[in-house]
Design a protein around this ligand. Sequence first.
Ligand SMILES: Cc1ncc(C[n+]2csc(CCOP(=O)(O)OP(=O)(O)O)c2C)c(N)n1
Length: 558
Amino acid sequence: MAKMTGAQILADMLAGYGVTHVFMVPAVLRRTFAEMERRTSIQRIHTHGEKSAAYMADGYARASGRPGVCMAQVIGALNLAAGLRDAYLAHSPVIAFTGGRDPKTKFRKVYQEVDDVPAFEPVTKFNATVDAVERFPDMVRQAFRAAVSGTPGPVHLQFRGNEGQIDQDEAEMEPLCEPQFARVPPFRSEPDRASVLAALELLQRAERPVIVAGGGVRASGAGRELVALADKLGIPVATSLNGKDSIPGTHPLSVGVAGSYSRESANRVVAAADLVCFVGTEAGGMTTHFWAVPKVGVPAIQIDLDPETLGRNYPLQAAVLGDAKTTLARMVEHADAPTAARRQPWREEARSICEAWSAKYRPMLESDAVPIRPERICGELTRHVPDDAIVVVDTGHAGMWMGGMFDLRSPGQSYLRSAGHLGWAFPAGLGAKCACPERPVVTFTGDAGLWYHIGEIETAARWRINTVTVVNNNASGNQSKRGFDRAYGGEQTEKARELWTYRKVNFARIAEEMGAVGLRVEKPAEFAPALARALAADRPVIIDVVTDIDALAPTAVA
Ligand SMILES: Cc1ncc(C[n+]2csc(CCOP(=O)(O)OP(=O)(O)O)c2C)c(N)n1
């Protein structure tokens, strides 16, 4: 075996696993970066903050199914850990490398140093230190294995030395990679045949069943099989926010996103079902509106690759352990199509619930009001986002508006959403674009969301990461309005508005100054031409849409 430095090993292994970009604030693993330049074509995207570097890696991972890699030196480690929280909640395979303590000097009040490792514990599946250079190959392999296996999630490796100077050490090593663990899922576990038949039996007997599809369906790439099963048995499909792109919103059996940031029709259909089939979802608080939709006790079945998820939140009549794509394919094989006829009245009821939703919200989706209604932006995006686009959405009102009011039209479109952190979407969109440079990326965020990592507009311009970012700019975080009204016992004081309003700012002007294209939209009819211009631009674009501060998204129906 040849002698190699840790830096050479790390550069070769990242390339070997197919990593195309890494995201970081310097300086960490400096020699590794030099080796990446000499030995690989990996792009080293340096950002304006470790949290946004982690979000970029997360967007990269969710868009591609391949681990996203982010890095920080010791002083930035906790900023990076904060950025792993969304990836952890969303089950996104992010690999974080940090510089860490040297046993020769620890406990001596070393500049910038604390023990960072415990802080990574709650946001990772595997959290470990690399203290001897000989361990680079096996620890990097384990990092990839842990990130993509089972329910995917973040991993942290801390390299010895505040900047990971261990990468200059040499040893006899081989940069062996395992391509199987370069993407999600590494295995497609077959379900037990008897459990498949038992679940099917219940589905086929039910008169008013509904499928609730989650992020596990998107991670498994099981959208086609999901739709095939729904079509064959004639079963309406709701999704979680994380699973929104597992069925196009325009499919006749799609009833929308269920749960808290949801569409009324989805919650009504799920609440009226006589059997709920959860696929690739933890049936957590957000997807079930805190276990109110459906009610606990409803007849339920669940399909998941994690045995501990099966039945965690809803007692089950049948549980199927297996990869979503494989399991749904087996169910399609064995499904008895003629039983679909029995469910015709239920399908008609579900359709009429969806039509009632459309009739109720059409005036808002098509509203010509100035300042612009956010629903109108969602309506325009439904019509004009390209068929192969990746749509990236922030949380808060952005998550509510887009979760409820926007529809994907094509199975070629992807939808990525913040699992709770405001400010996630803009950098995550940049990461998604790095992973899929040939696909358009359209990000939707509020102004409060954009403010978090606004400096990354310069990063996007510098690295020519050409995303289109639509800012719902109401000069406030107006999702907070209702909460402050309640806190003040009905209606808040004028002074209370200080707690959630901002200065009026023109983000298009700021974008131009940083090297991006800035477009300002003040009237609804200007939006579609601006989006067309943005999609054709060969620079990152911020579309600053001036919207109504009094527009509040409808809350979930229980
Ligand atoms: C890290 C983090 N801190 C705080 C919150 C709470 N929060 C949710 S929405 C919101 C305001 C959203 O404002 P904006 O993005 O402008 O959208 P708007 O509500 O105005 O449409 C806040 C502060 C959060 N989700 N994440």
